[in-house]
Ligand binder design. Structure first.
Ligand SMILES: [Zn+2]
Length: 369
């Protein structure tokens, strides 16, 4: 007798003998695995494998034809079974399998990794293996990094980069005398790079340079000023709405040649494009503060601000009409965010080309700024 299922013909004669035998063998195999798991855990706890000349339980198990990866998993399972009878019950009832049980056993074998309310046995029964592995890895890294929450980061790198990363992890683990997780190693590498290269991480030091106003001929910007500007901007372009954090630089609010100082509130932290637009007077600083600046944008002819109405500044724009700032350290200029652009910057004369002789000092300043 045959039946057709999904375009295939199946012999419907039941092969009860084979099926019964398979159930019996599977049961024996599970019994053997559970017994092996308990024995491996016992041997690992006692480090008995060292008496046999082996450096690890994996190496020891490999002598008997058990793969190292499986042996380590079974070892965790053997430990987990001591306190979690429900895991064995789930295995014997077929709700989970030995691979998924060994996966959650990585957590269950270490009581420090288990939080109140955790349902690892349920996850072993319900989750697909890739999701279960991610969940287990996240918990292990949460504990290793003492973080309340960790996020997954997936990268595609060149083969040699992966090799280099693992080498860096080995070196860092050796230095700290413990095997670091990949997450811990990544954390160390990122911190190491930033500690070396990020001005935001430079420790504040005693400033050796006097107030830059006393040295008007110099263009030197003290390291402490750079650090203060970056701290203010968070490393991001300060033009409202711009999210550039990579190609950024300091831009004079008032042109250097117009007598600007070189203190933190003399600079904006701009991306290279907004810096160019500012120098070309296509955008202007017309009010607010350096922390919450208000800009006038030529292209759309409107005031652009993060926090409109916030006017409390020690350095606000002034000086000749059309200038991006002026003498500095003058009274703040009130901007009506709902009204027309400020007359001084809105008038056509504000966009006179360089060299027209009307504002020679200011005009020449843009050559350098
Ligand atoms: Zn920008």
């Amino acid at each position: 007798m045959t039946i057709r299922v999904d375009h295939r013909t199946i012999d419907a004669t039941r092969i009860e003998g084979a099926s019964r035998s398979l159930r019996a063998v599977a049961g024996d195999l599970l019994d053997a695995k559970l017994r092996m798991a308990r024995l491996l855990a016992q041997i690992d706890d006692a480090r008995h494998y060292q008496l046999e000349g082996c450096a690890s339980i994996g190496e020891y198990a490999a002598r008997f034809g058990i793969s190292r990866v499986e042996a380590v998993g079974l070892c965790d399972l053997g430990r987990a079974l001591r306190d979690h009878a429900d895991l064995e019950k789930a295995l014997r009832s077929g709700k989970t399998d030995s691979v998924r049980a060994s996966t959650v056993a990585r957590v269950l074998a270490n009581p420090a990794l288990v939080k109140p309310g955790d349902e690892w046995v349920r996850h072993a029964c319900a989750d697909a293996l890739p999701a279960l592995k991610r969940r287990v890895k996240a918990r292990i890294d949460e504990f290793a990094q003492q973080a309340t929450g960790v996020v997954e980061l997936s990268l595609h790198v060149r083969e040699e980069t992966k090799k280099d990363f693992l080498r860096a992890r080995d070196l860092a683990s050796r230095k700290e005398k413990q095997a670091l997780t990949h997450g811990q190693a990544f954390h160390r590498i990122v911190h190491f790079y930033l500690d070396k290269n990020d001005p935001l991480r430079a420790k504040p030091r005693k400033r050796r340079v006097p107030d830059t106003a006393t040295r008007p001929d110099s263009r030197y910007v003290p390291a402490e000023v750079v650090r203060a500007v970056l701290e203010r901007s968070g490393g991001q372009c300060e033009f409202p709405g711009c999210e550039n954090r990579i190609f950024t630089e300091l831009g004079h609010i008032v042109p250097h040649a117009c007598g600007s100082g070189r203190e933190a509130d003399d600079f904006f932290h701009f991306c290279s494009i907004h810096h160019k637009l500012y120098d070309a007077r296509l955008i202007r600083f017309v009010g607010g503060t350096v922390e919450a600046p208000i800009f006038w944008v030529k292209g759309v002819g409107t005031v652009c601000a993060d926090t409109l109405g916030a006017v409390k500044t020690t350095r606000s724009p002034s000086g000749p009409p059309g200038a991006n700032g002026g003498g500095g350290r003058t009274a703040p200029r009130k901007i009506d965010p709902n009204g027309d652009p400020p007359p001084a910057v809105a008038e056509r004369g504000a966009f006179r080309r360089r060299g027209d002789g009307r504002y020679p000092l200011f005009e020449s300043a843009f050559v350098h700024c």
